[in-house]
Design a binder for this molecule. Sequence first.
Ligand code: MLT
Length: 324
Amino acid sequence: MKKPLFAALIATLAFATTASAAEKFPTRPITVVVPFAAGGPSDAMMRILGERMKVALGETILIENTTGAGGSIGVGRVVHSAADGYTIGFGHLGTHVANGAIYKLNYDLVADLEPIVLLPSNPMIVVSKNAVPAKSLKELIDWLKSRPQPAAAGTAGAGSASHVAGLGFEAVTGLKLQYVPYRGTGPAMNDLVAGQIDLIVDQLSNSINQVRAGTIRGYAVTDAKRAESATDIPTADEAGLPGFHMTLWSGLWVPKGTPKEIITRLNAAAVEALNDPSVRKQLENIGLQMPPQDQLSPQALGDWQKAEIAKWWPMLKAANVKVE
Ligand code: MLT
């Protein structure tokens, strides 16, 4: 058979195979890579959503915690995986914006990934170990300023949300913090409860139950309004730190080249999960806020990520963050 004809046949067959694979997707378990430790806020949100997405997709969702370097290792794992929809990446402002300004990544956060859907967001909260002799944010800042050495602040690594929020706290207070990196704020929280570290500027969803249980102290949330799930905790504006605002948004991505039909299918499953009343209740109960209904398309996440990169990179590059 003449070469051009043979090549055309092969191309048709390859297209037919990919097309039918996309139509039948999924036919085996899907892995979601969470770039932070199990038991932390990213893991908790993804496990709740994963339980409901598996119903919508008719396939098992496996959570794989691939941690390190502020989440950039887990994101790299997704970038370098097959573009077939069976490896999805969970991420947020830290992993899919900040890390691009802080690390020499061997991938491009926009060019090497396809957005699927914007996920819930939550404000950050300033929390400390119970041994800190402070009952308000003002008293906490006075205590921090009275210390001879910088206080030990837990983070999930350089570039993570808890680190970026720590940089923001330093900027608005003029304080210096000694960052203690963990593989996620789940393990950092264990050490805060145990009094091994002094504070975390954490995601509300990770701290809220510990604050409610009285095992740590919560001082203020970084939102313009109080969280419906924690109306007893003042905003930073109310607590004397005007303008200290930061909302951590999250999302799902797949490797570049993943067929559009598969992205549409994954997006639909995630939206179905986000709109499930029992899923919403679980997520809102830990202080998470649902993304607006008109912001649930893959395009919306892509546009939002680019806008956030334009906003945060100049600040983060100016902060000249050193990564070990
Ligand atoms: C986590 O799940 O541990 C967090 O998302 C970490 C962070 O970015 O602070």
